[in-house]
Design a protein around this ligand. Structure first.
Ligand code: NAG
Ligand code: NAG
Ligand code: NAG
Ligand code: NAG
Ligand code: NAG
Length: 447
């Protein structure tokens, strides 16, 4: 006959002691994890992909110390559950991490005349949840150029990276070092193209203009006082997502620390455009800087060993190298890189915008949709060289009629590998260049 085992009071006492010891060990283990998590923050050894993953990696990883307690982190479902509950508990004790939960950081990388202002608007128009900055690195480039008499890519890379990192964390101080004249008490009247960031033109960042003070700035439809960066930073912290557009970063690789920063969840969107179209557009927009090209367009001869041609090749190579890194999807970039062609955005703006938002993991609001509808089908009334309000489908092919075949050939020669990678077809003749029935864009899917 089977009889239930009687647990005498002594035994019960022993079980209680045993239970208390187990709980104590669990707590010790937990503390151990918190310490290792903090040290992970200081020197990230692993590559967390998202804040969530960062938390998991840091807490489930085998403790660095090789001691007896490490055996406790061997996975047992019940134990893992308890651990997760403790995790939830300590999560609440970490306001910084909690507040960055689900936040996205979008970096739109491009070069000039690739439609980046237009694509930047996709994010600028998102709504109240987005903190958008337009070309903050302008200050860094200018300052370094004044200092060294030319942009030195080697020196600029780390500066760009640090400023971007600060801005994604809503810290303007690294940027302030490059603003001239230097901000006084974190207030500046001279932030480049402030009016291009809705976030810097709304209350309370748009501080009221003080009567009698003549410093007032056009900010979209209103006037604001000088920009108080402390206020901008506070507003940034309150927004769920942050987006920055920049045409200045040369190599995606230099931004690796941003991807690996456990406080950030960065998504890189690289925007590219047919280099022949870019050249045609730059010759109009930067006519003084491109005067050699304009002369060659008339002469019909291009000295291929000219510095300008070498510069064009250098630009194309940089764009291609960045894209090659991105498309290879190394571990540090996994799910963080997207390549978009300007031509696809111009032809299918809504579809591409939806894809970009999906990739970024943020809600595609009706406000953005409206903006896109309004700005891709516009009539010709308003259009300057910087205007984004154009019939975008029509714009895509315009360059074919403005660039001489000779120049297109030079671009095809020095930017050949870049064009092939992105699916831009060579024009074999003057006739082919201007024959609209022949598409120069191969349909290509980069994901
Ligand atoms: C942990 O300790 C064991 C036994 O002392 C040893 O064999 C092992 O190499 C150690 N592991 C590490 C990562 O130090
Ligand atoms: C952790 O917290 C979330 C949200 O409060 C909850 O849904 C989840 O069940 C919790 N996990 C555990 C293991 O308690
Ligand atoms: C560019 O900067 C790097 C690092 O600061 C320096 O070593 C190099 O000499 C600079 N090159 C030029 C051309 O100034
Ligand atoms: C800028 O804003 C901060 C935060 O509201 C405020 O404390 C500071 O006085 C402002 N600075 C100036 C110069 O108005
Ligand atoms: C824009 O241009 C394209 C191509 O020329 C044309 O098919 C389309 O009807 C135009 N859309 C508007 C709204 O003008």
């Amino acid at each position: 006959m089977w009889k239930p085992i009687q647990v005498c009071p002594r035994m019960r006492f022993k079980y209680t002691i045993f239970f208390v010891v187990v709980v104590a060990l669990v707590i010790i283990e937990k503390e151990n994890n918190i310490i290792s998590r903090v040290s992970d923050k200081l020197t990230p050894r692993q590559t967390p992909q998202t804040p969530l993953q960062a938390t998991i990696i840091a807490s489930v990883a085998v403790p660095k110390q090789n001691d007896s307690r490490s055996s406790l982190s061997k996975p047992d479902p019940g134990f893992r559950h308890m651990k997760r509950r403790l995790e939830n508990f300590t999560e609440q004790a970490e306001p910084e991490r909690l507040s960055s939960w689900g936040k996205k950081h979008i970096l739109l990388l491009a070069t000039t005349r690739t439609g980046s202002s237009f694509v930047g608007e996709f994010f600028n128009q998102q709504g109240d949840n987005m903190f958008y900055l337009f070309e903050p690195l302008w200050h860094v480039e200018r300052s370094l150029t004044l200092e060294t008499g030319g942009t030195n890519a080697t020196a600029a890379g780390p500066a760009y990276r640090d400023v971007l990192q600060g801005l994604f964390l809503c810290d303007f101080t690294p940027l302030e070092d490059f603003i001239e004249p230097a901000p006084v008490d974190h207030v500046t009247p001279s932030l480049f193209r402030r009016e291009s960031s809705s976030s810097l033109c709304e209350e309370p960042v748009c501080s009221p203009v003080v009567k009698g003070v003549f410093e007032r700035y056009r900010c979209r439809t209103r006037r604001c006082g000088p920009l108080n960066l402390t206020l901008a930073s506070e507003s940034c912290r309150q927004k769920e997502h942050r987006a920055i557009k920049s045409v200045r970063v040369r190599q995606l690789e230099t931004l690796r620390p941003l991807a690996e920063d456990p406080r950030l969840d960065v998504k890189f969107i690289q925007l590219v455009r047919d280099p022949r179209a870019v050249l045609a557009s730059r010759m109009v927009a930067f006519s003084a800087k491109y005067k050699n090209w304009k002369r060659w367009a008339v002469d019909g001869e291009v000295p291929v060993d000219d510095d300008e041609v070498r510069k064009l090749k250098g630009n194309c190579d940089n764009i291609r190298l960045s894209a090659e890194v991105g498309l290879k999807q190394p571990e540090w970039l996994r799910d963080r890189y997207m390549l978009v062609r300007y031509e696809d955005i111009a032809r299918f703006p809504m579809r591409k915008a939806t894809e970009m938002y999906q990739f970024a993991g943020i809600p595609f609001t009706s406000k953005v949709k409206e903006w896109i509808l309004k700005n891709t089908q516009a009539s010709k009334e308003v259009s300057g060289v910087y205007s984004t309000q154009k019939n975008s489908s029509e714009q895509v092919e315009k360059w074919r009629f403005s660039i001489p075949f000779k120049l297109a050939q030079v671009v095809q020669k020095v930017c050949g590998p870049t064009m092939k990678l992105f699916g831009y077809k060579f024009a074999e003749s003057k006739e082919m260049l201007t024959d609209k029935s022949i598409s120069l864009i191969a349909e290509k899917n980069f994901s």
